[in-house]
Write a protein that binds this ligand. Sequence first.
Ligand SMILES: NC(=O)c1ccc[n+]([C@@H]2O[C@H](COP(=O)([O-])OP(=O)(O)OC[C@H]3O[C@@H](n4cnc5c(N)ncnc54)[C@H](OP(=O)(O)O)[C@@H]3O)[C@@H](O)[C@H]2O)c1
Length: 317
Amino acid sequence: MKTIKIGNTNFEASAIALGIMRMDQLSDQDAAKVLTTAKDAGITYIDSADIYGSGASEKKFAAAMKVAGLNREDFYIQSKGGIVLDPARSHDGLVFGKRYDFSKEHILSAVDGILERLHVDYLDSFLLHRPDPLMDLDEVAEAFDELQTAGKVRHFGVSNFNPQQVEMLQSAVNQRLMINQLQFGLMHTGAIDAGMHVNMQDDDSINHDGGMLEYSRRKNMTVQAWSPFQYGMFAGVFVDNPKFPELNKAMQTVADKHGVTKNAIATAWILRHPANIQVILGTMNPQHLVESAAGADVELSKQEWYDLYLAAGHILP
Ligand SMILES: NC(=O)c1ccc[n+]([C@@H]2O[C@H](COP(=O)([O-])OP(=O)(O)OC[C@H]3O[C@@H](n4cnc5c(N)ncnc54)[C@H](OP(=O)(O)O)[C@@H]3O)[C@@H](O)[C@H]2O)c1
């Protein structure tokens, strides 16, 4: 398994991480099977969030670690907080918030809740889940200091932030922000489209994230690609989806050439970008997991990368 360095930490982590957002749906035994499959495939990084499964995913992870006989040190464990759940809007495994809350009180209690549910003493990293427009920078700074001093969190980062928001928060906190988690994949390419349509009048020229990929490369900040197999926001999977015949045909062609499956190609496409992106897989199916993780060992040619981009319906000016 290819590894990457997380930010400027000494974490040499697998280029593919396992996200446990959907783990609450599994039995303890099935969840244990997912974790052992991930470990055997070389995955050393787990991503979570306090709200996943309204907290049930983290509890399931703890139970599954026990069933699988795995140790805390087998994985870097990351979680996220800063969203206050709205039970009234959450349904069918999808969770929604009623506000974002970066108050010191909320951040501290969020991390305590995460540690309790995961049955761990510390997190390797903690990310603020979505930017809170009402964030008080000094409160975040105090919260991060307390968490670090107490040994509860080793490293910090953000999720769904643009570069200005990172700069603003970085100016207030004492810890270097190491990670930004963003949606990125063959069917969610806003982070690169605008860079290829500079100064044009079409929709692709709209810069949706303030140049986050370029910023991250300059700052040595790790970008983690969430929902790498989804189109839209959880609209569905594009692999094997008849809505995307051209893309699936192109993925199959490249997959045949490399002797892997389309799942591996969807992953390899993200990893081919030179920003050292870490892919966060969300599958809870061991076979999909092994196939997708195999993408870490596939090096696409530049032409293959562009062919797939175009087959996904994107335009090269
Ligand atoms: N920071 C954020 O705002 C944010 C937001 C969302 C997610 N995340 C993180 O990103 C992780 C991944 O998100 P995600 O679960 O949406 O990612 P994903 O890997 O794009 O999607 C996973 C879903 O796709 C299905 N799937 C994958 N490959 C498939 C295939 N070949 N054929 C059919 N179905 C397939 C899976 O079903 P099977 O289980 O049956 O394979 C699962 O339902 C989450 O666990 C979470 O850690 C972060």
